[in-house]
Design a protein. Sequence first.
Lengths: 138, 138
Amino acid sequence: MKKKGARLERELVNILWRSGFAAIRAPSSGSASKNPLPDVIAGNGKRYLAIEVKSRKKLPFYIPGNEIKSLRDFCGIFGAEPYVGLRIDYQDWRFIRVDDLKKTEGENYRIDEDVVFGRGMDIHELTGVSRQVKLFKD
Amino acid sequence: MKKKGARLERELVNILWRSGFAAIRAPSSGSASKNPLPDVIAGNGKRYLAIEVKSRKKLPFYIPGNEIKSLRDFCGIFGAEPYVGLRIDYQDWRFIRVDDLKKTEGENYRIDEDVVFGRGMDIHELTGVSRQVKLFKD
C-alpha cells in the first residue's frame, strides 16, 4: 500500500511537470517531522498547489477530518491551494478543492460520485489549461 | 555524508518552521525523478524559497555550475527565490542568493569568506525578521 502510494505520487509529479508546474513529493508522513505535510507540492510561478493523494478501487470512501485539517494548516502557512488528488483504479486523476468536500456528522469527509465527478476536476481543469464553465448554476 | 546531509536538511526545515515558513525536504536526487530539485522548499504565503543545502568544514569550496543551473531552472518554473544554504561546522547557517555567487572561469561557483559573510545572510535576514541595512554602499 505504501509502495503504491509512492508510485502514484511519482505519477502525479510527472503529470504536473508536463503541465507546466514544478512539482515535488514531500517526505512520507513516517519521517521524523511532526509538521503537517501534503503528499505533493507544485508551483508554476502564479499558483501553488498542495495535494493530498488518495487511491481507491471504488467510491464512496471517507477521509479523516484531521488529515484535511493538516492540509489546510500547511496551505495556510505555505501559501498554496489545498486539493485532494484521487486516482480510482483504471481511471484518470480527479482533483477536488478542499472547500468542495462534503463533511459528515462525524467530522470526516465523504468522497462520493457527486464530489469526484460533479465538483471535482481533471488535470487540465486543475492546471488551468481549460476551465469547466457552468453557465447555469443551480 | 548522505546521512549528514539529511540531518542538516531536517535541521534547516525545523528552523524555517520556527521562522514562520512551511518547509519541506525534497526527495533526494537519488530518486527516480529526472527533474531538477532543490534540497528544501519553503513558503510563508508571500515568499517562496528553494534552497540547495551544503555543509563544509572550511572555506573556500566550489559548487559545480550545473547544480546552480538546476536550482535556477526549478525556481524559474515553480516561482521561488534560489538560495544556497550553508552550514560550516560549529557555525550558524548562512544563506547566499544565487545572484550573489561568484562564477569562476571554469563556470563553477566559488564560495569564500566574502561570499558567505559579506554577501550572505543569516536566518533572520533570510526570513525577513530583520534586514541587514547598508547605509553606505561602496
